[in-house]
Every structure is written in structure tokens, then in C-alpha cells.
Design a protein around this ligand. Structure first.
Ligand SMILES: C/C=C/C(=O)SCCNC(=O)CCNC(=O)[C@H](O)C(C)(C)COP(=O)(O)OP(=O)(O)OC[C@H]1O[C@@H](n2cnc3c(N)ncnc32)[C@H](O)[C@@H]1OP(=O)(O)O
Length: 277
């Protein structure tokens, strides 16, 4: 059975983690499916925003503990080859969340219940997070004898105060939705899971009405600025703007405002060059 369902409506894709009985744990199959679906979404010309949510009691219980118990990862192999294989394995998993971070369109996570371990890595790679009031976040890795390794420690400090990240990373405490809102990890807290998903979809629909290339440009500029100095980022902004500024979109926005109708902007171009599909 598939780990995800993916639907699309009016430019908004909705990816649902759909293994409620397994608490949407991250199994090898889940990683393979997620990688393929993100590739598909990245190459889509019609998708303009993505919402990620899940079913069941918890958003996700993180990495499937069965993976650790099964011995599939040879943690005790002290040879250089054994250590190198762990580096490769982590890079493989990290690049799935890098792909989420780099997705051409904005991503919104709608989080309910527990968001644990690998799930924190996942939502940290999304552009926007919304939560229901029952949501909580836990850097669970420390509680099971390891250091978080798929983006939490690298991305969370860009999203919330470093001291709070350190507190959660060192203690493995659960941070409730209200505190996540107070520290800026989530944009909004809604009363119920349904309301949270609806708020995320409404935000995605709003984004989908905007000119896709300008939205893409905003994401590119924000991510570049996140990882570089203000001076370098402003210089990059000039080049980026010179490359993507479209008179057609400006004119369409003005014309639509005057005619009191929604603007109609062209989709993103296909990314097919050396791929089928
Ligand atoms: C690179 C990424 C690394 C990581 O992600 S490290 C983190 C790995 N994940 C965990 O350690 C999860 C820890 N689990 C929890 O914190 C809690 O559990 C939950 C908040 C997820 C759920 O709590 P509640 O609703 O009270 O349910 P329950 O009774 O604790 O769990 C029900 C059953 O689910 C099993 N389970 C929980 N998490 C996992 C998991 N990640 N992989 C496999 N099984 C899991 C439990 O052991 C138990 O099982 P049984 O009913 O047989 O006692």
C-alpha cells in the first residue's frame, strides 16, 4: 500500500501522509515514494503550491524504529567502508528534504498531533508551517541516543531562536503548538486538524493566484538570502530580477485590477530537458 496520496486542484497540490495506523513513520518505502513524488511535483507545470498534511493521531512519529532494530544500518561497522556507507546513506536521505526545501513552488505543512524526529526535519524544510492546537514538536533523536541529522539542527535556527532550538535538541522536550507559535516556528494555530488543513489550503490557493515566476523568484531570493550575506543577496537579487521581470505579468495584474477580475498568469515552463515525462 502506498504511503501517500496526492491530489491536485486549481494549481494546489495536496500530499497526504496516509499510513495512520503506523503513525506515518518513515520507512524505506516512504523515503522512496516521497523522493519520486517530490520529483514529480518539481517538474509539474500546473502545480503552484503544495500542502503537506497527514492522517491519524499524529502528523508523523518520525523514522520507523524498525529500521534501527532491523540492523539494516550497520552502525557497528567500524571500518572506513562502513563509516562511509553511513555518510552516503545520510546524504541520500538529506537530499530528499533538500529537494523539498528547493521545490519550485511554495510548500505549507499542516501539522497535527506529534511531529517527531524526522518529521521535524521534514517540516523545517517547508516554507510555511501551520498547526492545530493539539500539535507538538519533539527533537526525539536525543531521547533515543542520537543527534538529529536530516536538517533540524541546520534549518530550525533559521526559523526560531537558537536558544530554544538548543533547549529542544538537548532535552528532547515536547514543544506544544502554542509555544511553536510564540517562537515563530508556525504561522498560525487552528482549533482542529480540519481547520488547520483548510487554512493551509486557503493560503496555498492564494499563492496559486499569484504570478508563478514571481513567486518562484521570491522563493529563490529568500533562500539565497537565508544562506548568504545581505550584500551578496542584494547583488544576486539584481541579477535574478533582471532575468525574470516580466512586463506581461505587470500589465496583466494592472488590467485585472482595473477590470475587477482575477488575473491569469502563465504556468511555469516544463523542466524536461533530459528526462521523459
Ligand atoms: C532521522 C530521523 C530520526 C528520527 O525520527 S528519531 C525518532 C524516532 N521516533 C520515535 O522515537 C518515536 C517515539 N514515539 C513517541 O514519541 C510516541 O510513540 C508518539 C508521540 C509517536 C505516539 O504516542 P502515543 O499516541 O501515546 O502512542 P504510543 O502508545 O506511544 O505508541 C503506539 C505504538 O507505536 C509505536 N511507535 C511509536 N513510534 C514509533 C516509531 N517511530 N516506529 C515504530 N513504532 C513506533 C510504539 O512503540 C507503540 O507500540 P506498541 O503499541 O506496540 O507499544
Amino acid at each position: 500500500m502506498a504511503c501517500f496520496t496526492l491530489t491536485e486542484d486549481a494549481g494546489v497540490a495536496h500530499l497526504v501522509m496516509d499510513r495512520p495506523h503506523e503513525m506515518n513513520t518513515m520507512s524505506p518505502q516512504m523515503w522512496r515514494e516521497l523522493e519520486a513524488l517530490l520529483d514529480q511535483l518539481h517538474r509539474s507545470t500546473s502545480v503552484r503550491a503544495l500542502v503537506i498534511s497527514s492522517t491519524g493521531r499524529h502528523f508523523s512519529a518520525g523514522m520507523s524504529l524498525d529500521v534501527f532494530k532491523s540492523g539494516a544500518v550497520k552502525l557497528d561497522d567500524r571500518t572506513a567502508e562502513g563509516r562511509a556507507s553511513i555518510v552516503d546513506l545520510l546524504a541520500d536521505m538529506q537530499q530528499v528534504f533538500n529537494r523539498l526545501d528547493d521545490l519550485r513552488v511554495p510548500t505549507i505543512a499542516a501539522i497535527h498531533g506529534g511531529c517527531i524526529g524526522g518529521a521535524v526535519d521534514m517540516v523545517a524544510a517547508c516554507d510555511i508551517r501551520m498547526a492545530s492546537s493539539d500539535a507538538f514538536f519533539c527533537i526525539q533523536e536525543i531521547n533515543i541516543g542520537m543527534t538529529a541529522d536530516l536538517g533540524t539542527l541546520q534549518r530550525l535556527p533559521k526559523l526560531m531562536p537558537l536558544g530554544v532550538v538548543k533547549e529542544l535538541a538537548y532535552t528532547g522536550r515536547r514543544m506544544p503548538a502554542a509555544r511553536a507559535l510564540a517562537v515563530g516556528l508556525v504561522n498560525e494555530v487552528l482549533d482542529t486538524q480540519d481547520a488547520c488543513v483548510e487554512a493551509a489550503l486557503a493560503c496555498a490557493r492564494e499563492i496559486a493566484q499569484k504570478p508563478p515566476v514571481a513567486v518562484w523568484g521570491s522563493k529563490q531570493a529568500l533562500h539565497y538570502a537565508r544562506d548568504h550575506s545581505v550584500k551578496d543577496s542584494l547583488q544576486q537579487m539584481g541579477w535574478l530580477q533582471a532575468a525574470i521581470w516580466q512586463n506581461g505579468n505587470l500589465m496583466e495584474a494592472f488590467a485585472a485590477a482595473q477590470a475587477k477580475r482575477p488575473p491569469v498568469f502563465a504556468d511555469l515552463a516544463p523542466l524536461k530537458f533530459f528526462r521523459e515525462g
